[in-house]
Ligand binder design. Structure first.
Ligand code: BES
Ligand code: ZN
Length: 405
């Protein structure tokens, strides 16, 4: 299936001057959009039949082009992409021409990172954490998150879901853990915040391991967006790692940050801002694990698809070794064909990112982005998602190392 061709993601400026400038703009502002070459002709046809002017091409490259559009034209483009390419969005919007143009340039050189060695020598901690996680807890988090009418990034219920998760994560932290913070990461351009749980590293606090998934959901036909698999499942999977880490007094050597990103479904916007924040502040993120869609068992013979594009080859090998050694479940390689989730936001800024997926990409949950993305359509249990809890536990214990009791 043809999908959006590689486009890298760049920062959204959040300087005060920029924010001022945006406030005074008319509501139908100009935006810059990168679109895969295969979608250009369908877009032109669609705009023509709506009686709109030919969209202005700013730059055309082999795989993708940049267009200047009006914000009000985006929903027609989104519908087209969904109908013709069976994809949500499938294009990426930018606030400035410069950002859109820069996104078509190759990813910058890898950020100055310490050399992490992908060794497997912390089995005791891995097994303590893996032995603590429970399916019933993962299921309960999926049930709670998917009970919001929508977690759309501009909706009040999307904000409520973020605050609910903040409270849940805070409830896991014993009063003695002064090395732990749980906070919102607010975004200037929309209501839903991201949520971040940080455990400061004991001996290497300036090296950061990130585990994330997206908090928002979407349904293009405007009815309920339970997003039970996409992506309550991913958030629930690593929420259970947080619970186990606190229950077992886990003390990592490196800093560990668990992140529930806002606004993924509308172009990785939350993770782009967060990854950019880390880049701009010179924060040494040594590895990123994304969990997006973990609870639909799409293949009878394969439990995990390791996504090979927009990810880091050496870290992917490490991930495959963790799965073989500790979780002992069948896996295969797979690919999205485009930057399909928040790992791509990190990857495009030069960070090492990986994403273990619930199946091969083509065998993933067919109900996402509809009112049918419910727990019931993923067997009514979190048995599959729990496997990803274990993968994330192993990833954290071997990349951030440290001990547990
Ligand atoms: N969870 C999906 C990505 C996905 C879908 C991966 C199916 C594998 C199989 C994610 O939330 C999503 O919908 N991403 C968008 C792209 C993003 C840049 C807006 C998509 O795939 O259209
Ligand atoms: Zn989605």
């Amino acid at each position: 299936m043809k999908r959006l061709i590689p486009v890298s993601l760049m920062l959204l400026s959040t300087t005060p001057a920029f924010a001022e400038q945006r406030k005074s703009e008319p509501p139908d502002r100009e935006v810059w959009v990168t679109l895969g070459t295969d979608a250009v002709a369908p877009m032109r046809e669609s705009f023509k039949s709506a009686g709109w002017d030919e969209p202005a091409t700013v730059l055309a490259k082999e795989h993708a082009s940049v267009f200047r559009l009006r914000e009000s034209q985006l929903s027609r483009l989104a519908t087209l992409m969904h109908e013709r390419f069976n994809r949500c969005a499938g294009f990426i919007t930018y606030d400035t021409r410069e950002e859109a143009l820069a996104s078509l340039e190759p990813a910058p050189a890898v950020a100055p990172q310490s050399l992490v060695t992908y060794t497997l020598d912390n089995a005791t901690t891995v097994n303590t954490l893996m032995g603590t996680v429970l399916e019933s807890n993962v299921r309960s988090t999926i049930t709670s998150l998917s009970s919001y009418t929508t977690r759309y990034y501009t909706s009040q219920s999307g904000v409520d879901a973020a605050n609910w998760l903040l409270s849940k994560w805070k409830s896991y932290v014993p009063a003695t853990r002064t090395d732990v913070t749980v906070e919102l990461f607010r975004h200037a351009s929309w209501a839903q915040p991201s949520v971040i749980f940080t455990i400061r590293g004991t001996t290497l606090p300036n090296e950061v391991v990130v585990v994330g998934g997206h908090l928002d959901s979407i349904n293009q036909s405007g009815s309920t967006a339970p997003g039970a698999d996409d992506d309550a499942s991913g958030v629930a999977s690593f929420t259970e790692v947080i619970r186990a880490a606190m229950a077992r007094n886990y003390r990592p050597q490196r800093t560990v940050k668990f992140m529930a990103y806002a606004a993924e479904e509308v172009g990785l916007r939350g993770s782009k801002e967060i990854a950019t924040y880390h880049k701009n502040n010179g924060i040494n993120v040594v590895g990123v694990l994304q969990l997006d869609m973990t609870n639909y068992k799409g293949s009878s013979t394969i439990d995990v698809g390791v996504v090979t594009d927009y990810t880091h080859a050496a870290q992917n090998t490490f991930l495959r070794n963790l799965i073989t050694t500790y979780v002992k479940i069948p896996q295969t390689n797979t690919s999205c064909g485009y930057g399909c989730s928040d790992h791509a936001a990190w990857h495009n800024l030069g960070y090492a990112a990986s994403i273990p997926f619930e199946a091969t990409v083509s065998a993933g949950n067919p109900y996402i982005h509809t009112s049918s993305d419910t727990l019931a359509r993923s067997s009514g249990t979190a048995t599959h998602a729990l496997k990803f809890t274990k993968i994330a536990a192993a990833y954290v214990a071997e990349l951030a190392k440290g001990t547990a009791q």
